[in-house]
Design a protein. Sequence first.
Length: 193
Amino acid sequence: MENRRRITDLGTLKAFGHPLRMKLYSTLRVAGPATASQLAAQVDEAVSLVSYHLRKLAEHGLIEEARAQREDGRERWWRAAQDTLSFRHEDFKDSPEGAAAHAAVIRGLIAHRREQYETYLDQQAAWGEQWRTAADQSDFLARLNPAELTRLNAEIHALIKTYEERGRAAEAAGDTEDRENVALHLASFPFRL
């Protein structure tokens, strides 16, 4: 069962919006439980700085302590507290500070996604022909009304969820060969020329 959280308070939104915190949260969400030392090595930052930002994420319930992965009881392990976060404009539109924070978080997420995709492009030769053939970058244009766009997004999300569940079930059954993390980014929005 998926653990989703919709962030509706400005304090949590601002806590998440820090670029390093976004990166730490994302790393925990994808790679699973880790210590501040492990995360510091992954994000190339000082352990003390990473520990500070982990505590801020924990204060807002975005991450939580995880069961120790090793016998050393001195290590503090962290994990993402939810599988999915969402941030909706309508929850922050009533104040200039809220609207600005929401826009900044979305811009930060877009920058993170762009960096992730550019890293793939830089390394794609190492992925091999099957992965390069399977990867996709598409652009679609549809003339829709708001209700149709809402339905389209819901259908796409449901389809992706079925693949997430299949992947988890296959891994639980021991089928781990050729499985990798795959990023799927969807941005759907109206525009005018």
